[in-house]
Design a protein around this ligand. Structure first.
Ligand code: URP
Ligand code: ZN
Ligand code: ZN
Length: 467
C-alpha cells in the first residue's frame, strides 16, 4: 500500500510548512514540495490543500476493559480504539494491572490477551503495581525488557490499588536503576478516606460529595511526597491526571530544584468543573472521577501551565462507565459510583479548540501536547510522535474549520461504548477527517475503513530512541 497526501500543511512540534507526503507501507518515505510524479504508483491519493497534517495523537492514559469499582470499564480494546481513531488518536498507552500478591508478568499477559487482535490502532502498556515485595523486584527488569518501561502506583484508593510509602520507595528505586519511569496517582487516599467517613456519617451521600471530600491540598500533598521520594530514589517521575493549581505548584517547585518530574493534565480538568456535580437526578455521577473536577478558576492556571511547559502532556484517563447500570451502582452513596469518565475520542478536537482556536498557545505546542511529548516521555519517539521520513505513517488529516457539537446523539462525535458524553453540547472547531495508522487508512470522513490490525509497541527506556 502506498499513499500520497498532497498539499497539506505539515505541523509537528517544531515544523509548519506545506508539502506532499509519500507513504510506502508503514512508513513515511518522502516529504517534498511536489511529489505528483508519485501519483501513478499511489494506491490512494488524498488532496489535503487547506487541511492540517498532524502526527497521530498519542493518548498516554487509558483504561480499556478495566475491572474497577465493582464493574468493568465499558470500552474494550475494540470499541475503545475505534473511538480513539475517529478522534485522531493512533496510539494509546493503557494500564495493565498486577493483581495483589501475584506476578506483574501475569498481569501483563492478561492485558495482552485483552488487546490482542482487537485493537484498531497501536497500543502499549504501563504496569500498575499493587505490591512489590523485595523478591519480586527482578520482574521489573523483565517487564522493561518486554517494552513496559513505566509503572503506575497509587497513593489513592486504600484497600484497592493503594500502596504504602515503603513500596513506593522500593519500586521507585528499582525503576530508576532499570532506566524506566514512574507514573504517580498522587492524592492522599488515607486522609481522604477519613474525610469520606465523616461525610457519609453526616448523610452526605450525593455525587457532589465526591469532590467535596477530596481537597486539592490532598492532591498537592501527594504530588509533594511523590516528588520527594523520586528525588531520593533517583527516578524520573510523571504525575498523572493533575487537576488543580495547588498540585501544579508542587510540580513547579520540584522542577525548580532540578527534580526530573513531569505532569499530565486531562481535558476534563480544562473544560469541566465542580459545578457539574450539582446536576439533578444523580446526573452528577457521570463526572465522578479521581481526582475530582475542581473549582473553575483552576482551569486557566492549568492552561497556563501547559503553555509555559510546567505541564508536559494532555491525556484523557479514558475510563468509561455507562450511566445506566454502572454509575447507578452509587445511587445509595457516592462512594459506590465507579470512578472514571469517557474522553478518548474527544481529546484532539477539544485541545485544538481550546489551545489553537481560542488562542492560548501555538499550534506546534498543541502537537507537542497531544503527540510528541508523550512519544518522547514514554519511549515511542521517533517511531511515533512526529511526521518525518522513517517514522511510522501515523498521520491525521485535520480540517481546521469544521465545527461539531460533541454529543452522544451526534454519531460523528461518539463511537465510545458508553451511554453519555462527558462533553455533551460542547461546540468545537477543528475536526479529524482522515486517519492513517502505520500507512493503513483507518478512518476517512467519519467512516471506519480498517477495523483491527493495531499492534503492541514495545517501548524504549528513558532517554532511548525507538525506531
Ligand atoms: O477516576 C479515574 N481516574 N478512574 C481511573 C483510575 C485512575 O485513577 O486513573
Ligand atoms: Zn489514577
Ligand atoms: Zn487513570
Amino acid at each position: 500500500m502506498s499513499v500520497l497526501i498532497r498539499g497539506g500543511r505539515v505541523v509537528t512540534a517544531v515544523d509548519d510548512y506545506i508539502a506532499d507526503v509519500w507513504i510506502e507501507g508503514e512508513k513515511v518515505a518522502e516529504i517534498g514540495m511536489d511529489l505528483s510524479h508519485r501519483i501513478p504508483q499511489a494506491s490512494r491519493v488524498f488532496e489535503a490543500a487547506g487541511k492540517l497534517l498532524f502526527p497521530g495523537g498519542i493518548d498516554a492514559h487509558t483504561h480499556m476493559d478495566m475491572p474497577f469499582g465493582g464493574t468493568t470499564s465499558a470500552d474494550d480494546f475494540d470499541s475503545g480504539t475505534v473511538a480513539a481513531a475517529h478522534g485522531g488518536t493512533t496510539t494509546i498507552i493503557d494500564f495493565a494491572i498486577q493483581q495483589k500478591g501475584r506476578s506483574t508478568l501475569e498481569g501483563l499477559d492478561i492485558w495482552h490477551e485483552k488487546a490482542h487482535a482487537k485493537a484498531t490502532i497501536d497500543y502499549a502498556f504501563h504496569m500498575i503495581i499493587t505490591d512489590m515485595p523485595h523478591e519480586r523486584l527482578p520482574e521489573m527488569e523483565r517487564l522493561a525488557g518486554m517494552g513496559v518501561t513505566s509503572y503506575k502506583l497509587f497513593m489513592a484508593y486504600p484497600g484497592v490499588l493503594y500502596v504504602d510509602d515503603g513500596t513506593l520507595y522500593r519500586t521507585f528505586r528499582q525503576a530508576g536503576l532499570n532506566g524506566t519511569r514512574i507514573n504517580m496517582h498522587a492524592e492522599n487516599g488515607i486522609v481522604i478516606d477519613e474525610i469520606i467517613r465523616e461525610a457519609v456519617a453526616d448523610g452526605k451521600i450525593e455525587p457532589k460529595y465526591h469532590a467535596l471530600t477530596r481537597p486539592t491540598r490532598m492532591e498537592a500533598e501527594g504530588v509533594h511526597r511523590a516528588i520527594a521520594i523520586a528525588e531520593v530514589a533517583n527516578v524520573p517521575l510523571y504525575i498523572v491526571h493533575l487537576s488543580s493549581a495547588d498540585a501544579l505548584e508542587e510540580v513547579k517547585r520540584g522542577r525548580a530544584r532540578g527534580v526530573d518530574v513531569q505532569a499530565e493534565t486531562c481535558p476534563q480538568y480544562l473544560f469541566l468543573d465542580q459545578s457539574w456535580y450539582d446536576r439533578p437526578d444523580f446526573e452528577g455521577a457521570k463526572w465522578v472521577m479521581t481526582p475530582a473536577l475542581r473549582e473553575k478558576w483552576n482551569q486557566e492556571v492549568l492552561w497556563q501551565g501547559l503553555k509555559l511547559g510546567h505541564l508536559a502532556n494532555v491525556a484523557t484517563d479514558h475510563c468509561p462507565f455507562c450511566f445506566g447500570g454502572q454509575k447507578e451502582l452509587g445511587r445509595e452513596s457516592f462512594t459506590k459510583i465507579p470512578n472514571g469518565a469517557p474522553g478518548v475520542e474527544n481529546r484532539l478536537s477539544l485541545m485544538y479548540h481550546g489551545a489553537v482556536v481560542q488562542g492560548r498557545m501555538s499550534i506546534n505546542r498543541f502537537v507537542e501536547l497531544t503527540s510528541t511529548s508523550a512519544a518522547k516521555t514514554f519511549g515511542l519517539f521517533p517511531k511515533k510522535g512526529t511526521i518525518a521520513v522513517g517514522s511510522d505513517a501515523d498521520i491525521v488529516i485535520f480540517d481546521p474549520n469544521k465545527v461539531q457539537t460533541i454529543s452522544v446523539h451526534n454519531p460523528a462525535t461518539h463511537h465510545m461504548r458508553v451511554d453519555y458524553s462527558a462533553y455533551e453540547g460542547h461546540e468545537v472547531q477543528g475536526w479529524t477527517e482522515t486517519v492513517l495508522s502505520r500507512g493503513r487508512v483507518v478512518v476517512h470522513r467519519g467512516s471506519l475503513e480498517t477495523h483491527k490490525g493495531g499492534q503492541f509497541i514495545a517501548r524504549a527506556r528513558v532517554g532511548e530512541l525507538l525506531r
